[in-house]
Design a binder for this molecule. Structure first.
Ligand SMILES: Nc1ncnc2c1ncn2[C@@H]1O[C@H](COP(=O)(O)OP(=O)(O)O)[C@@H](O)[C@H]1O
Ligand SMILES: [Mg+2]
Length: 214
């Protein structure tokens, strides 16, 4: 990643580093993880090519670690966001659009949670963290325990159960209900009733596309 030399390190965090170009002020986010965890994520980032709202640039392997450079997203994770009822519709729609773009590329995210959904200004949103994502062609099965129990779909807790895109829908509904619970009484009721079926406990009862929400 020779090109990164034109950038200055702005912030070094546990989870990643922010670099800024001296002249253009363009920002890059570099996530560094052990190779074992990172290879799948790099492969997916390359393959989805910005489909969930973030461009992937490059990667480098050094000392058992893999560093992946991607566009910096100027925002906060949904886990730090203070809920406002009037944001509910756009956040829900954008999150479903983002996840459906990933699905269209053939991947199931498998780790939808508040810290993996970034909220920006001007109704911008992106989904990050493909460390647990799997291609549908690999016929993903639920393993012993999903990444996070709080939002995981019921089927992903049954070891050996086949998973599909609808598992992400379920998790996303759970995440939205969790993050907006203090203002849920004030959100658009008609929209909410179109959303809730995506969180149905039985996968076959969940809608199979996001049309209901658009
Ligand atoms: N492209 C990005 N731009 C800005 N911040 C990011 C970006 N990617 C990740 N982050 C920040 O780093 C945190 C961890 O990133 P993530 O990819 O979820 O790593 P982990 O696998 O450790 O959970 C996110 O919650 C977010 O705050
Ligand atoms: Mg994460």
């Amino acid at each position: 990643m020779e090109w990164l030399k034109a950038y200055t390190l702005k912030e070094n965090m546990v989870l990643g580093s922010i670099y800024e170009h001296e002249r253009t002020q363009h920002r890059v986010f570099v996530k560094k993880v052990p190779i074992k965890i990172g290879v799948t994520e790099v492969r997916i980032l390359k393959d989805i090519n910005g489909a969930t709202g973030l461009d992937f640039y490059d990667y480098v392997i050094e000392n058992e670690m893999i560093s992946m450079a991607m566009a910096y997203f100027d925002g906060i994770p949904l886990s730090q966001y203070k809920p406002v009822a009037t944001d509910f519709t756009w956040i829900t729609r954008q999150a479903f659009i983002c996840i459906s773009n990933l699905h269209r590329k053939g991947y199931i995210h498998m780790d939808i949670k508040p810290s993996n959904i970034m909220i920006g200004k001007g109704h911008q949103l992106c989904i990050i963290d493909f460390g647990n994502a799997r291609h549908i062609k690999d016929a993903p099965l639920a393993y012993q325990l999903p990444g996070n129990l709080e939002f995981a779909s019921p089927e992903s807790m049954i070891e050996g159960h086949a998973l599909d895109y609808k598992s992400d829908y379920y998790a996303l509904v759970r995440v939205l209900m969790h993050c907006f619970k203090s203002v849920i009484h004030a959100v658009d009721g008609a929209f909410l009733s179109r959303l809730l079926p995506y969180g149905h406990i039985i996968p076959s009862d969940r809608p199979s596309n996001i049309d209901e929400l658009l």
